[in-house]
Design a protein around this ligand. Structure first.
Ligand code: NAD
Length: 321
């Protein structure tokens, strides 16, 4: 079996390769040749940690495995990342362990790739202004991946603590894009594409703040109780997601399901648009919204791509196991 350590990942996989891996697995999910197994997530009663695993099988790519990990709030004080994850891949023909891959950077890359795939398939072609809500660890990855999908000219951004937007400003300017720190109202009035990537539990962005024709990728809500946009926006948008079961329970659509603004049938898997079985955006005035909840198959897809690259470049550590 192979080991690909966390430190080797950055030099191996690009946002473009992550995009291809995630686009392919979303298509496979919608074609029912890939499926996610039920998610396990537990407060383990030690170190305040939340631990769990996400797993699945892609019959088309023969990716079988799981991402194990979670959140250890005391890690920062020890000089470690609070979020820790590792991906395990298994040979689908024999069940033997194929690879162990560092999952921290991959998580950010696969999450950003999901938003980027949604923008590639659903945003208006003439989108010029990109809005980012949030400035935490994931935000810069989102900005880089999404900015590559359209000919954006400007980034407008909002964060609860605006002084934390400097990192995003540097990334935007590095990409040759103008950057402005704005209010949420200004952001909604200007942006053609909006990414929300916060841990908020109350709506930040509301329907009346968003222009017709906007595409929104809601990427922060991945747990029961989190919420980034109001249910009126969900109710007025054409809805897409990575996986419907997650969208209505732990994703951004959970609240609109509860207040009956939407039904399960109102949500389409993005893979159906990739496969061509759903038209996606059908008018320039339509608001499209992607609820990116984060599925285990995304992790397996990017980890598998990394193993192939690591073997090709002679970087993978081979162990008799
Ligand atoms: P982080 O802790 O580094 O940053 C959190 C961000 O949320 C900051 O911008 C902070 O200002 C903002 N925020 C927190 N509470 C808020 C509130 N009440 N109102 C407004 N803003 C608030 O986190 P991160 O690693 O950047 O992750 C952001 C979110 O994305 C988290 O909720 C995380 O669980 C989620 N996430 C989702 C996926 C997925 O696949 N969908 C993957 C990774 C992370």
């Amino acid at each position: 079996m192979y080991i690909v350590p966390e430190a080797a990942i950055a030099d191996l996989i690009t946002p473009e390769a992550s995009f291809d891996a995630v686009e392919k697995v979303f298509a496979s999910m919608a074609a029912k040749s890939a499926y996610n197994f039920p998610v396990i997530r537990e407060a383990i009663g030690h170190a305040d940690a939340l631990y769990g695993f996400k797993s699945g099988f892609d019959r088309a790519a023969l990716d079988l495995g799981l991402k194990s990990g979670g959140y250890w709030p005391g890690n920062a004080a020890k000089g470690l990342t609070n979020h820790q994850s590792t991906v395990f891949l298994f040979d689908a023909d024999t069940g033997k362990c194929r690879a162990v891959v560092g999952g921290n950077l991959l998580t950010a890359l696969r999450t950003a790739a999901a938003a980027a795939v949604s923008v590639a398939h659903l945003a208006r072609r003439d989108a010029k202004v990109l809005g980012i809500i949030g400035a935490g660890h994931q935000a810069a990855f989102q900005l880089r991946a999404v900015a590559a999908q359209r000919n954006f000219e400007k980034v407008v951004a909002w964060n609860r603590s605006p002084e934390k937007l400097d990192g995003l400003r540097k990334v935007a300017e590095g990409l040759g894009l103008a950057f402005e720190s704005v209010t949420v109202e200004q952001l909604g009035a200007q942006a053609d594409v909006i990414v929300t990537i916060t841990s908020s539990i109350d709506p930040i962005l509301t329907h009346d703040q968003v222009k017709p024709g906007t595409h929104i990728a809601c990427m922060g809500t991945d747990t029961k109780g989190k919420m980034e946009v109001d249910t009126a926006l969900i109710g007025h948008a054409t809805l897409f997601t990575d996986e419907i079961a997650q969208s209505i329970t732990i994703g951004e659509c959970q609240h609109a399901m509860l207040d009956l603004s939407i039904r399960r049938e109102d949500i389409t898997e993005l893979g159906a648009v990739i496969n061509g079985s759903h038209a996606g955006r059908t008018s320039d005035d339509e608001i499209t919204l992607f609820d990116g909840t984060g599925v285990g198959l995304q992790d397996l897809a990017v980890a598998s791509a990394v193993v192939d690259l690591a073997v090709e470049k002679g970087i993978a550590i081979e162990v008799d196991f």
